[in-house]
Design a protein around this ligand. Structure first.
Ligand code: ZN
Length: 277
């Protein structure tokens, strides 16, 4: 089944990091004005702010808080740092609750000083340790598999299959997956794993951007949808075939786009969303 052409912005959500030069107040106002319905709030966007005030600002602005980004970083060679990460994740959950975010995206962490197997074990233990705290606050945790180029330091969870396995192992309604096309588009098992994830009711979130060639910066050179080689529409089709009805979230970190006039960039995002997603 091919994904139906997108004709409105009802399911469009933007991550605040995408328009990093804007304050959260400006971003919320501009998103709402152009017709964007959802916002995923990055932690840096509310740093030093009164979060409940931000929450009511968003609510009054008629924009839905889709997720809080991000928790995780459970893996570490150092036991003290692992403990610290758990405390930090609980703080993040408190912030998400105050913000009214129903979901936290997890970048699970990795440490090049130890094996990936050990990091993966620590990730499972870490999520299990903070899970009761998340449940008490009705917050869902979405494991985001990251592209293997980040396996040394950002995440030892690199395929949807690995994320699905953790979901299976933890077997909690509060733990699921964020499918980010930037990280998983290359995976020959992607369609099958999306289906498996859906069968477990674990398709929690869907993130979009594009993969440019060549990539100039491993972190901050993501492309606008349609600008690269990711079959976004095809992947969205797989999500929807498997009954995903959540937001289509645009998440672009780009030195190029951050240096652009952000009003112009927002218009480009909406155009790219309607044409290439
Ligand atoms: Zn993402």
């Amino acid at each position: 089944m091919r994904a139906k052409q997108i004709t409105d912005l009802n399911r469009l959500c933007i991550h605040t990091i995408t328009t990093k030069p804007w304050s959260i107040e400006t971003a919320a106002q501009k998103y709402a004005k152009i017709g964007v319905k959802g916002i995923s709030v990055w932690r840096n966007a509310v740093e030093g702010k009164n979060i409940s005030r931000v929450a009511s600002m968003l609510k009054n602005g008629g924009i839905t808080v889709v997720s809080y980004v991000r928790g995780g970083f459970f893996a570490s060679y150092n036991k003290k740092l692992r403990q610290k990460a758990l405390d930090e994740n609980r703080r993040i959950m408190d912030e998400a609750a105050e913000l009214g975010a129903p979901l936290i995206v997890l970048v699970c962490g990795s440490d090049y000083r130890q094996s990936l197997e050990i990091s993966r074990k620590q990730i499972v233990e870490g999520i299990a340790a903070v899970l009761p705290y998340a449940k008490e606050r009705y917050i869902k945790l979405a494991i985001e598999p990251l592209h293997p180029m980040y396996a040394d330091s950002r995440s030892a969870i690199n395929t949807l299959n690995q994320a699905n396995q953790i979901c299976e192992q933890l077997s909690s309604d509060n733990v699921g997956v964020a499918v980010d096309v930037y990280h998983v588009w290359w995976d020959e098992n992607l369609e099958k794993e999306i289906q498996k994830c859906a069968e477990m009711n674990k398709l929690f979130a869907f993130h979009m951007s594009d993969w440019k060639t060549p990539i100039i910066d491993m972190l901050n050179d993501r492309g606008l949808m349609g600008e690269g080689c990711i079959p976004i529409k095809k992947i969205r089709g797989w999500m929807e075939e498997n009954h995903f009805t959540g937001f289509n979230e645009v998440e672009i970190f780009s030195n190029v786009y951050w240096s652009l006039n952000q009003d112009l960039f927002l218009k480009k995002i909406v155009k790219a969303y309607l044409e290439h997603c």
